[in-house]
Structures are given as C-alpha cells and as structure tokens.
Design a protein around this ligand. Structure first.
Ligand SMILES: Nc1nc2c(ncn2[C@@H]2O[C@H](COP(=O)(O)OP(=O)(O)O)[C@@H](O)[C@H]2O)c(=O)[nH]1
Ligand SMILES: [Mg+2]
Length: 466
C-alpha cells in the first residue's frame, strides 16, 4: 500500500501539479491529505449505538455510552502507543495531522473535537471518527454553534467508509439525519454502509418489519437510487439486556460482515485515491487543453494582424521613401501607434472574449470522435460542465496569451498517465489484493469457505466483546 501511495504522490508531483499551477486549475490534494490514514466515520442519531460499537471494536471503554445524549463532539480515535487525549486546538494546529482544514469551521467546532490515541491493533488499520448524535432540526439550529452538515460533509469526503446507524426507536425520522443525507452525503453514497442497530430490542418479527419498512421508506426519500442499498441488521451484545424473541445468528453475521468491511478500509482508501487522481487528471486535461487551444487561436489572430500591419507599414514606408515623401513618415508613425493602441485596447480584448465565449465549441471540436460514442459522450459532457466555469474565469482573469503553450511531449505524458498508467495502477492494486486474499484464505479459512472475494482485506479479525 505504501508503494501505491508513493506512486500516486509521484504522479501528482509530475506531471499533474505543475500543469495545474500553469493553468490555474483547482488545488490538488495536500501532502497531509494524501498521507492520511484510512478513516471510518460513524454517523447516526444519538443513542443509536455508535459509541457502543466503537468500544466493541476496540475491546475497551474508549467512548462514553448512554441513553441520554452524552456526547456532543467529534472524536477521532487513532493508533498510539499509550492512552493519550488531545483537545481540538492541538489537533487542528498540528501540521502532521490531516485535520487543519477543520479550523475554518470556527472555534465552536474546534472545542468540540477530540483526538484519542489508543494502542489497539485495529487502529493500525483504520482511524475511527465517532460523531455527536443527530437531533431534531429545531434544536440543531440553536444548539450546536457550528455548521453541522458542512462538518459532516468535510469528514465524509475524507473518509473511506461512512457507517450510518439507525435504531428501532428512530428509524430515519430525525430531522437532522434527513438534512445530513441531503446536504452532506450527496455524491458519496458509494462509501455508505447503512446499519439498523439494536436488533436484540425487537420482541418479534412484526416489530422488526415495521422498523425496517419505516427505515426503507425514509431512505427512499433521501437516497436518489433505484435500488435499495444494503442494510446491515445487527446489534452489539450487552450483558444484562433482555433476550429478543428473534434468532440472532443472522444479525451476528451482519456484524462480522460490517467488521470485515472495516478491515477493507485501507484498500478502499487506495482505490479512492486512485479514483480521486483519475478525476483530477481528466478534469485538468479538459481544462488545460481547451484553454491551450483558445490561447493558440488568440495568439494566431494577434500574429496574423501584426504581420499584416507590418507589411502595410513597410509597403507605405518604402513607397514614401522611394517617392521622396519623407515628410509623410512621421504621420505614418503616428498612424501606426494609434493603430496599435486600437488593436491592444479594443480589438484584441474583443477577440479574447470571443475565444473565451467559444470554449464550448472548442471542447466539441477537440473531442469530436469521443462525443460520437454514446457511452462516453454523456460523462465527458458532464465533466466539461463541471470544469467550464473555472476555465472561463481563469481565462478572463489571466488573459489568454499568458498561458504557456503545452508542448507535445507534455501532452503525451498526461495522455499516457490517464489512458495507461492510472488503469495499470488500479489493476495492479486489484492483483495485489487478490493475491493477499488467496494467501489469507489458504492460511486462515476452512475448506468449505466461500470462493475468494477480491475485496477481502485478509487481516486478523478483531472481535472481542468489551
Ligand atoms: N439493546 C441494545 N442496546 C444497545 C445496543 N447498542 C447500544 N446500546 C445501548 O444504547 C445506549 C446508547 O448507546 P451509545 O453507544 O451511547 O449511542 P450513541 O449516542 O450512538 O453513541 C446505551 O445505553 C447502550 O448500552 C445494542 O445493540 N442493543
Ligand atoms: Mg456516542
């Protein structure tokens, strides 16, 4: 995984970041972001069992649990040799940690952040982020003092998995939960794992069916997908809780599956980073090539105009010299200066604006063959819609002629990166995973185990009740 991470960093260093800088493309991920550990974010209404699940995973009472809303902050739990707790201010001001970006959300949030270092093995694999329970909208606005959905979005974008917990009491009805789905989790539903927790609280199948139905109904309103996402129905065994009337084996299995997903977070991180780099590179290519083409056309217009002007001036000047009309030369010089002023102040800015206004047409021209292939056309157009506003703004701000022309060799490097290097990196990642999973299967799993899944993490299972 470290080797993959190094290669990703190298591709950013050359060619992506220099080209992004030259063409004023958006900011690439920082070194801290590229080095961040695999992260799992736990969300859900208060008392849905997030902290209990964290403690179960770690086999220790790391987080406070309880029916009353005991926790109103975000707790980042990561590996350290001794039990150490850091407050929010130390967390966001440490450049070695990938949390400096949280400072922008204000002091109220910073004072609600904690980082706990614990010597648990699982934390070598993932960093867990426990969150404050979601509450009803009316209370949320008065109570928090920071933009909760925006902070959730910040964490969710940087997480490799987002587990969202529901419980029998509130299967998706909390105002804030719906708000978070609408505002914070849009576009990242591939990272979501939905958990219906506390299955041991159901007395019978009827209770369960009602809660499950209510959850699906509520999810249907906020997840814009045709198919129902997988829901993990599970519970954490707690001593002294009354036994349910339902059989628990399937729910136990769902908990094992959930924990296995957690072990895959490092692989997901690598996969996410490759995807992120591919998206960055493809958008950068569109942005840079369209600006480059417009800049070339604009430079050509300037060159052509000045060549014509030079020829005319030479002809007139020559004519004046031959016919002995030397007195006309100062008048000619004044005329030339006036002409240049008109060109630079009026005509060329207009030509530049015309080129920038024709970005759409340039895009169509550069991608005419791809746009004929129906499956590619839609994605390509959507991507262009995304980059077009920034490309236009930057071209207006900088003036087209100041962008450097992209050399054919640089084009070659970028095209090879997108079309060959990144797909190869991804297929190598899958190969490594498959080999690791075959090895792990051979070593740990009984002969009747199911066929190896290429996504299996293959680490030891951390499954100890606290
Ligand atoms: N019956 C049952 N109770 C649970 C389960 N998980 C958590 N609890 C209880 O629910 C309460 C709230 O749990 P907590 O982890 O603090 O919820 P959080 O607010 O989401 O962090 C605690 O009293 C837990 O003991 C579970 O799976 N089954
Ligand atoms: Mg909690």
């Amino acid at each position: 995984m470290e080797q993959f991470a190094d290669r990703i960093r190298e591709y950013y260093t050359d060619p992506l970041v220099p080209l992004a800088k030259a063409f004023m493309f958006r900011r690439p991920p920082t070194v801290g972001e590229l080095r961040r550990p695999p992260q799992v974010l736990l969300l859900g209404n208060h008392s849905s069992g997030k902290s209990t699940f964290v403690n179960h995973l770690l086999g220790a009472e790391v987080q406070k649990t309880g029916v009353a809303p005991t926790d109103d902050g975000f707790t980042i739990i990561t590996h350290g040799p001794h039990d150490t707790d850091l407050d929010g201010h130390s967390v966001v001001s440490n450049p070695d940690l990938p949390y400096e970006g949280l400072r922008h959300f204000g002091d109220q949030l910073v004072s609600h952040i904690r980082l706990k270092l614990r010597p648990s093995d699982l934390l070598h694999t993932v960093t867990l982020i426990d969150s404050p329970g979601m509450i009803d909208e009316a209370k949320a606005e008065n109570g928090r003092g920071f933009d909760f959905p925006a902070v959730v979005r910040w964490f969710a974008e940087r997480a490799d998995l987002v587990m969202i917990f529901f419980d029998p009491d509130k299967p998706g009805t909390t105002g804030e939960t719906l708000q978070v789905f609408r505002e914070s989790l849009v576009g990242i539903d591939h990272k979501l794992l939905i958990v219906l927790n506390k299955m041991d609280q159901f007395h019978n199948l009827h209770d369960f069916a009602r809660a499950y139905g209510a959850l699906c109904w509520n999810l249907g309103k906020v997840i814009p997908r045709k198919d129902l996402p997988m829901i993990y129905n599970t519970f954490v065994p707690i001593a002294g809780k009354p036994a349910s009337g339902l059989r628990m084996d399937d729910f136990e299995k769902a908990r094992h599956d959930l924990i296995e997903e957690l072990h895959r977070a490092p692989t997901r991180r690598m996969d996410n980073q490759i995807t992120q780099m591919a998206a960055f590179a493809e958008r950068l290519r569109l942005h840079a090539y369209v600006i480059d083409e417009a800049a070339r056309r604009y430079r050509r217009t300037r060159k052509r105009t000045y060549s014509v002007l030079t020829l005319v001036v030479l002809a007139l000047g020559g004519g004046a010299a031959v016919t002995g009309l030397i007195v006309a030369l100062p008048a000619l010089a004044v005329a030339v200066i006036a002409m240049v002023a008109v060109l630079e102040l009026v005509s060329f800015p207009r030509a530049r604006r015309r080129q920038i206004d024709s970005f759409d047409e340039i895009f169509e021209g550069l991608h005419d063959t791809e746009l004929l292939m129906r499956d590619q056309a839609e994605d390509l157009r959507a991507m262009w819609q995304e980059v077009h506003p920034r490309a236009r703004d930057m071209a207006h701000k900088r003036g087209l002629q100041t962008f450097p022309a992209i050399r054919p060799a640089d084009r070659e490097v970028l095209n090879t990166l997108i079309e060959q290097d990144i797909p190869r990196l991804r297929s190598e990642l899958y190969d490594v995973l498959r080999d690791a999973s075959v090895g792990a299967d051979a070593a740990d799993i009984a002969p009747e185990a199911p066929a190896p899944d290429p996504w299996r993490g293959g680490g030891p299972e951390v499954l100890r009740a606290p």
